[in-house]
Design a protein around this ligand. Structure first.
Ligand code: ADP
Ligand code: MG
Length: 326
């Protein structure tokens, strides 16, 4: 694990960077503020853990990073290139270098296709298929990387367990030797023991290939296990981010502290007492609260918090927080 997050060296631009990213979804009920000015970056070979309650915009971050949905405003850079409005070859290149692993491996695997066909597909889409023998070799290579045997290529998704299917999803993501993989709740549907195996597989692949991860989970414990840096989202905004041990050891935002206090075990010393319990549901993203979006649930909120939105500001050593009181 690198001691210094790559993004802090400033020697090279981050691999993935979202700047002031805004994404709103117009719906019959009103405009959903899925992302409202998100700034985050993932360095080469780095793992950024993105955590927050359901509905805070994590999957939207994944979708805009892959340009599956366009940004309303703000920018997406990948490896120094502005891809905010890119199309054609630049977009195809992004989707080769940035792969995705989803929560539900079964839903993302074509049930009628053999595993071999599922794994060959990215090569074909990218025009890198080569001969039948080369394809077989690539498929066997990827299956071996995720701990499955090459003869599984002939079988169908329904023949596999949940953990094996997730390995297949990871193998598919590896086919194009990406620089980065977005894992969106990739282990959330798995049993605890299988989850640990898949997490260790992801860590091993990082060692082996230097692949970067945007590791998204609602589970702070999992994020802490995986990430070099942690970003905490609340209602379409990043409220705290920084090196893992800083955020975990000295959480500065009341929301981060509340997430930690809600963890069943292994809470860090910093939040053991007094416990900051998270009250109520997250507010409606169609009508976010004025001022600090967390203020209706914050035990410390002041008059300023109710009217003035706090900006993400530096708290030292790459640790940033958006709170008037931190
Ligand atoms: P998370 O992954 O953190 O659970 P999402 O990014 O999926 O959050 O969603 C953020 C917000 O945007 C939620 O309120 C969700 O209901 C809304 N949302 C996501 N996708 C759409 C869409 N296509 N149309 C309308 N609203 C959406
Ligand atoms: Mg999601």
């Amino acid at each position: 694990m690198s001691a210094l997050p790559v993004t802090l060296t400033a020697a090279e631009p981050p691999l993935l960077q979202l700047s002031r990213a805004v994404k709103h979804y117009p719906t019959a009920g009103g405009v959903v503020h899925a992302l409202d000015g998100v700034d985050l970056a993932v360095g080469h070979g780095e793992t950024l853990g993105l955590v927050g309650e359901s509905g805070c915009g994590k999957s939207t971050v994944a979708r805009v990073a892959l340009r599956l949905v366009p940004l309303d405003s703000g920018q997406l850079h990948f490896d120094g290139q502005d891809l905010s409005h890119a199309g054609g070859a630049a977009l195809r290149d992004l989707r080769a270098r940035l792969q995705m692993v989803f929560q539900d491996p079964y839903a993302s695997l074509n049930p009628r296709a053999t595993i071999g066909r599922v794994l060959r597909e990215p090569l074909i889409v990218q025009g890198r298929a080569g001969s039948a023998a080369e394809q077989r070799e690539q498929v066997a290579w990827a299956l071996a990387r995720v701990g499955l045997s090459p003869d599984m290529a002939e079988r169908h998704p329904h023949e596999f367990s949940g953990g094996q299917r997730q390995r297949i999803g990871i193998a598919r993501a590896l086919m194009l030797r990406p620089a980065m993989i977005v894992c969106d709740e990739a282990v959330s549907a798995l049993d605890v023991s299988v989850r640990a195996q898949v997490l260790n597989l992801l860590l091993g692949l990082r060692e082996e290939f230097g692949v970067a991860y945007l590791f998204i989970s609602h589970d702070l414990g999992v994020v802490r296990h995986m990430a070099d840096r942690i970003a905490v989202m609340y209602l379409g905004q990043v409220v705290e981010q920084g090196p893992r041990d800083r955020v975990w050891g000295t959480p500065l935002h009341p929301y981060t502290r509340a997430l930690m206090a809600a963890m069943p075990v292994a809470r860090p010393q910093a939040v053991r007492a007094p416990r900051t319990l998270l009250q109520g549901d997250p507010p409606n993203p169609i009508d976010p609260p004025a001022g600090c979006r967390f203020h209706p649930r914050c035990p410390l909120a002041t008059a300023q918090c109710r009217t003035e939105a706090p900006l993400l500001r530096d708290a030292g050593d790459g640790h940033q927080v958006a709170c008037h009181l931190a």
